[in-house]
Design a protein around this ligand. Structure first.
Ligand SMILES: *Cc1c(COP(=O)(O)O)cnc(C)c1O
Length: 396
């Protein structure tokens, strides 16, 4: 009996890509083996993080790296590092930022639902730029420049293509001229694999990636890559700090005058990472980095071919297929003429999920009468089921 049967939970066929609410990605056998292996012994997590960080640094071109419980956790911890640096009393006070530099500058066009992760560290956003006028709205460089004051802890620059926003290289140049770090949310910006290095090369001081999306690591894993001093601060604000100065693995920090004492159970304790996740993430990252974007595309296209076969020639159904860059991945978008099919986009999504087996389809274009089939989480066999089920439900 599977664990899901035992709990009475019904598995879902995932045609909606790497969604957190469905469990993220399908981990490769080598990743699961690494996690199992890691569970077999105790290790110093500090040491494991340091070795994992070296792998992340090498793959991203950053000075240092750290494994987190996800991109959101990476953003929260990264922000905490920009606030506290190596000041242990500040670490102890977070998320109360009274009396600290506690403002983060962000372009209005970069505000998004995930930026809660940055605000969670206790900062206040200072927004610059406009949405909607003049033209499509936008930001001028001088606006960022003027918004950076003595109170600025960081500039936040998610990778979003909102028209009129300044790009990362432009933002980084302005921020660095004022001595302020730039935090980048690149959670879902893979593939292309070249993005593993791109944002660091473009001037990011910290970059967050999800481990449970394209990298194919554990759902509750992520990467923070960036400046050594900021990653050092993250490490001190994370995990188990229930130690004495005399026995602390980093007691040389005290001797060297880098910290006044041992930080206590830090702000990041609620975001702690297990050795299994660290091992799984690093194994997945190595596999992902060694792979080729073209091979992903070929595999995904083959999966979508199977779905596509069932969808040809249905009255009222138009199949839109993205099969080449600049699209980020291949996809099928099924456009419905409800007059002919008798079923609209939202009803189709709900019927697919209510079926046996349940199928989760992508709903981001449902307002435009389109239902998406995305290949990331589908086996060839499941793709056949998805195609046949959509056909049954749309043949009017
Ligand atoms: C998925 C996502 C996140 C959160 O990433 P987790 O790894 O799930 O914590 C943050 N920002 C963006 C833009 C995302 O797409």
């Amino acid at each position: 009996m599977s664990v899901y049967q035992e709990l009475g939970v019904t598995p879902v066929i995932n045609a909606a890509a790497t969604l957190t609410r469905l469990g993220g990605s399908r981990m490769a056998p080598a990743v699961l083996e690494a996690m199992n292996d890691a569970a077999g012994s105790f290790v110093h997590i500090d040491e494991l993080q340091a070795k994992a960080g070296a792998v992340i640094a090498e793959i991203t071109g950053a000075e240092a790296g750290y494994v987190t419980t996800g991109a959101a956790a990476a953003l929260t911890l990264g922000t905490a590092a920009c606030l506290a640096g190596m000041d242990v009393s500040k670490m102890d006070r977070l998320p109360d930022t009274t009396g600290m530099k506690n403002e983060v500058v962000v372009q209005k066009g970069h505000r998004n639902a995930y930026d809660h992760a940055v605000r969670a560290a206790g900062v206040r956003f200072v927004e610059v730029g406009t949405l909607g006028y003049p033209g499509a709205g936008g930001t001028f460089g001088w606006q960022i420049e003027e918004a950076i004051t003595e109170q600025t802890a960081a500039v936040f620059c998610p990778i979003l293509e909102t028209p009129g926003t300044l790009s990362l290289p432009e933002v980084a140049e302005i921020a660095h001229a004022k001595g302020v770090p730039v935090i980048v949310d690149a959670a879902a910006e893979l593939p292309p694999r070249s993005n593993l290095q791109r944002f660091i090369a473009e001037g990011a001081d910290l970059v967050a990636f999800s481990g449970g999306k394209a990298i194919g690591g554990p759902q509750s894993s992520g990467i923070l890559a960036g400046r050594r001093d900021l990653i050092d601060s993250v490490a001190l604000q994370h995990q188990d700090m229930d130690v004495r100065a005399e026995t602390w693995s980093k007691r040389h920090y005290i001797d060297e005058g880098r910290v006044r004492g041992v930080p206590t159970q830090g702000f990041g304790r609620a975001l702690k990472v297990g050795r299994e996740e660290i091992a799984g993430l690093i194994t997945a990252l190595k596999i992902f980095a060694a792979g080729k974007d073209e091979d992903d595309w070929a595999r995904w296209d083959a999966v979508l071919d199977v779905v596509h076969e069932s969808l040809d020639g249905i009255p009222g159904v138009t199949v839109h297929r993205t099969s080449a860059p600049p699209a980020r991945y291949p996809a099928i978008w099924v456009e419905l003429d409800e007059q002919v099919t008798g079923i609209g986009s939202y009803a189709l999504i709900n019927e697919l999920l209510a079926g046996d087996p349940p199928i989760a389809a992508a709903e981001s274009l449902a307002d435009h009468r389109r239902v998406g089939v995305l290949p990331h989480g589908l086996t060839t066999e499941e793709a056949g089921i998805v195609g046949r089920r959509i056909r049954e439900l749309t043949v009017g």
